[in-house]
Ligand binder design. Structure first.
Ligand code: SF4
Length: 79
């Protein structure tokens, strides 16, 4: 049995109330997150396919690595 790939698109979302601007997410997912001049994340607003395994893995690292649990991977499309 082969590995099933998830279809659809996701975005990484930040809860600005929880985020304290430590900037780990910019290190863990540099292709999805840039930091502003105060160290707060600017998240790429473009949906990313789950089949982009590198970006999805980075998003999962950032989600797990955020010390404030301010990040969430949100599925926005099934196709
Ligand atoms: S790692 Fe979490 S708390 Fe730190 S800047 Fe990113 S979203 Fe904010």
């Amino acid at each position: 049995m082969g590995v099933r790939r998830r279809a659809g698109l996701f975005i990484l979302q930040v809860n600005p109330i929880l985020c304290d601007g430590f900037g780990h997410c910019g290190e863990l997912a540099p292709e999805l997150v840039k930091m502003d001049e105060w160290g707060y994340p600017i998240i790429n607003p473009e949906p990313v396919p789950f089949t982009n395994t590198g970006a999805h893995e980075s998003a999962r690292y950032a989600e797990r690595g955020c010390p404030r649990q301010a990040l969430r991977i949100r599925k926005i499309s099934d196709k």
